[in-house]
Write a protein of this length. Structure first.
Length: 363
């Protein structure tokens, strides 16, 4: 073996003993490495008794990690040994080279570690797309088969986080359990029912604090299976519920807020509101529709034909025809709750005067 082959052998098999490379061939898509085992003694895979009596040899085709973006295949010649232990149930066994070959595997140990890392980070379809670019033949099902759920501890963590997630949004939901102190997932439940969570809590005692959302199913499960646990709402759901309540209140009293906001002095009276606020997608869509509908109407199209071509109801098309653009944009911004800064001076004044409810706003 020349110095070049020995350096390539050290590059392909770092820290692996008992294998030698005979040569390699390479083209634009594939690298084939011919190697053989050079260890004269192997241990039986069943009884562990060493043997050096060779039965026969054959060649295994093992996929390996890519080299320079090209797929790599190892043509590995291995020995079939006799087992000299008369008490062993096996008569012959095939040698396995640690770090390269495994029983019933057509991929090397290094390739399986690479595919497992890709599957862990990206999952099935995104991982398979990355593998194609890297020159690794691996589909999404092959990647997903490498993932195995870690064992679940017998006792639940002291602080348990419970939340739902979507296997398929709008169709199938599950429940994820998280160790809040260690910030790592504990288990995944197949649905979000109270019975499933209660069964898990009974089988895994030890929880002291449960951090959850406001779903009633989780409340029933915790009161039934862990009545002594303290229930707390997580910060994200508290902030989300607060923002929804504020948004709902502003929507219900929009006309009242607009009336008093118009009476309050504007901080920048010289700058129109529509120019001060940045354009949004809904504002851009309103502008485009207003321009398109009026151009078609000026071109002689009837209103019903305009509504059909634009894809709107006839009443909506009439509203775009009869309403000024500034009014349409202001209405669109009100629906999205964008101009809340407009009501800020009025809200601050009401809050400073001790008003805490929308029903207490003075006319």
């Amino acid at each position: 073996m020349g110095a070049t082959e020995r350096s390539i052998e050290q590059l392909l098999y770092p820290g692996i003993d008992g294998v030698a490379m005979e040569g390699f061939t390479a083209d634009d898509c594939l690298v084939e490495v011919r190697a053989f085992s050079r260890t004269p003694l192997r241990l039986c895979s069943t009884c562990g008794v060493p043997s050096k009596r060779v039965h026969s040899r054959y060649e295994r085709r093992i996929s390996d990690r890519p080299v320079a973006g090209r797929s790599t295949v190892i043509l590995l010649t291995v020995c079939w040994f006799f087992c000299d232990n008369t008490g062993c149930v096996r008569r012959t066994f095939v040698e396995q080279i640690a770090g390269i070959s495994e029983r019933y595997r057509q991929a090397s140990t290094g390739l399986r570690q690479l595919l497992h890392a890709i599957a862990t980070e990206l999952g099935g379809r995104p991982g398979s797309r990355l593998c194609r670019k890297m020159g690794v033949p691996a589909g999404r099902m092959r990647l997903l088969q490498l993932l195995h759920a870690p064992p679940v501890a017998q006792r639940a963590p002291r602080i348990l986080g419970v939340d739902e997630f979507a296997f398929r949004r709008g169709r199938t939901y599950g429940t994820i359990l998280v160790d809040v102190e260690k910030r790592c997932p504990v288990d995944v439940l197949p649905d979000r029912t109270s019975e499933t969570l209660a069964s898990w809590l009974v089988a895994h005692p030890g929880v002291e604090i449960v951090c959850r959302d406001r779903a009633s199913a989780y409340t029933r499960a915790i009161k039934e299976a862990a009545p002594h646990a303290v229930e707390v709402a997580d910060r994200w759901h508290l902030l989300r519920n607060l923002s929804q309540a504020v948004e709902k209140t502003c929507q219900q009293h929009r006309s009242c807020l607009r009336k008093y906001a118009e009476q309050a002095p504007s901080p920048t009276p010289s700058m129109p509101l529509l120019e001060a606020l940045p354009p949004t997608l809904i504002v851009q869509r309103v502008q485009q529709r207003h321009e398109l509908i009026n151009c078609m109407l000026d071109g002689g199209y009837p209103l019903s034909e305009v509504a059909r071509r634009v894809g709107l109801d006839r009443k909506t098309a009439r509203r775009y025809r009869d309403t000024e653009l500034d009014v349409l944009i202001a209405s669109a911004r009100d629906r999205r709750n964008v101009p809340l800064d407009r009501y800020k001076p009025f809200l601050q004044a009401q809050f400073a005067s001790g008003v805490t409810s929308a029903n207490e706003v003075s006319p």
